[in-house]
Design a protein around this ligand. Structure first.
Ligand SMILES: *Cc1c(COP(=O)(O)O)cnc(C)c1O
Length: 445
């Protein structure tokens, strides 16, 4: 069925192309008329033929992507970035390059555009994360980079978690600053106390305080919850700017940056806001907005040119066209879905409880789960099977694929991550049963 749907959509695009080629009056040549009629006839046929040819490629070498239609996808990073139907429709309509610039007038900046309602979206987005000012950026990583650029000088120290995402470390490195790690406690959690200790340690070693502390609410390795309120407080006491990394929270659960005591809130559109890549959120307070979103000051020495109110660290306008408008299109549903985070966690806990019924299965993440992303440990269950299976570690992947489940890394049977976000109860139960079926097949208790 999905191939038929794609086939029909592609025929529609072919028809659309004829309109583009014959704009503005659409006087079709005989050849174009014939082409149009033929394509229209093909379109009408698509759903009438029993099971037409298999359609593998969308165009030369580029395959159709049907993962979300054909499988239950538990990929740790993909679950909450799946698009809403509204966002997918936007991709069709706004795909052309600078499409969002149709009605960009003075003062010529993305966040002022009223049609489509970018300005309104930005205001709502700031409120959504409980901050004063927000910009859409090119992924969470670009948010880190912008803050690093604005706050850090060469040789400055920024503190990150021992579980920090590589993009945060690299963003700090990219401006010539250094990142130092805050130790996790015995439960793999970053505490306020360890944060304060690290601040003291850096002060002792360098004679200066760190210039920034950046910690994720839920990390990407275990999705453990870190004490961001406590860390926010410590940062206030030392007067060090605090960046709240919400890559795994903004867009799936309620986030209130002010309440947390964050100076910056960073989110990821393609990870947690049902938006296409590359999209992210960088929000801040009135205090920091003038620093991070400072506008261009220079003038051309020959021409005297100036670039108005373009924001220097952002390189003027950031995410343009389809990704931005698609993010906007998903936003009403994203605002609604964060209110139902409890149920997502409940489904995650249900799955984990079922998963733990298989003897030898363990959970590497903190328990009980507070997130839909979980790292599981199957060294004493599925990995024992892999030791003698002719497909080795791939057997689990094969068995899951047969059951139309995808998203775990091929070949892993030791520790792996999975994410149940967005699955309905039926799908979660199906997923749990699939693991139990596989266990039974290989005679695990
Ligand atoms: C995924 C992730 C990022 C990177 O997000 P992008 O939007 O792809 O740049 C950063 N930090 C954490 C904790 C993440 O999980």
């Amino acid at each position: 069925m999905i191939e038929k749907i794609f086939r029909a959509m592609f025929r529609l695009e072919d028809l659309r192309q004829i309109l583009r080629e014959t704009a503005p009056d659409h006087h079709l040549s005989d050849e174009q008329k014939e082409d149009f009629e033929k394509t229209l006839a093909e379109l009408k046929m698509v759903f009438d033929t029993k099971d037409g040819q298999k359609l593998k490629y969308l165009t030369d070498k580029i395959e159709l992507r049907t993962r979300e239609e054909e499988y239950i996808n538990i990929d740790p990073i993909q679950s909450a970035g799946r698009l809403t139907p509204e966002a997918r429709k936007v991709l069709i309509a706004y795909g052309d390059g600078y499409s969002v610039c149709d009605y960009c007038f003075k003062p010529f900046r993305l966040d002022y555009i009223k049609r489509p309602p970018v300005a309104e979206f930005m205001a709502e987005l700031a409120e959504f994360v409980g901050m004063d000012v927000v910009r859409v950026v090119r992924g969470a990583r670009n948010g880190f980079q912008i803050v690093s650029n604005a706050l850090l000088d060469k040789g400055d120290v920024a503190l990150v978690s021992s579980l920090a995402h590589y993009t945060l470390c690299i963003a700090i490195e990219s401006v010539g600053a250094l990142w130092k790690e805050i130790r996790v406690d015995e439960h793999n959690v970053i505490t306020a106390e360890n944060t304060a200790n690290k601040i003291e340690e850096v002060k002792e070693q360098t004679g200066k305080l760190p210039k920034l502390v950046a910690v994720s609410h839920f990390d990407y390795m275990f999705a453990n919850e870190h004490d961001i309120y406590g860390i926010g407080k410590v940062c206030k006491e030392y007067d060090i700017p605090f960046l709240y990394n919400g890559a795994y929270t903004v867009g799936v659960m309620p986030v209130d940056g002010k309440k947390i005591g964050a100076d910056f809130v960073v989110g990821s559109g393609h990870k947690s806001m049902a938006a296409p890549a590359p999209t992210g959120v960088l929000a801040t307070t009135e205090d920091f907005a003038d620093i991070v979103f400072a506008t261009t000051k220079l003038k051309g020495d020959i021409t005297g040119r100036q670039f108005g109110i373009k924001e220097t660290q952002l390189l003027g306008c950031t995410v343009m066209g389809a990704p931005l408008v698609a993010m906007m299109a998903s936003f009403p549903k994203v605002k609604e879905r964060v209110k139902h985070w409890d149920e997502e966690v409940e489904k995650s806990r249900f799955f984990i409880a079922e998963f733990l019924k298989i003897k030898g299965n363990k959970i590497s993440s903190e328990m009980p789960r507070k997130h839909t992303l979980t790292k599981v440990d199957t060294r004493d269950s599925f990995d024992l099977i892999a030791k003698t299976h002719k497909r080795r570690g791939y057997f689990l992947y094969d068995e899951l694929t047969k059951r139309k489940i995808t998203g775990i890394f091929p070949g892993t049977t030791r520790e792996f991550k999975l994410n149940t976000y967005g699955l309905n109860w039926e799908q979660v139960k199906y997923l749990a049963n699939a693991f139990k079926e596989i266990a039974e097949k290989y005679e695990l208790e």
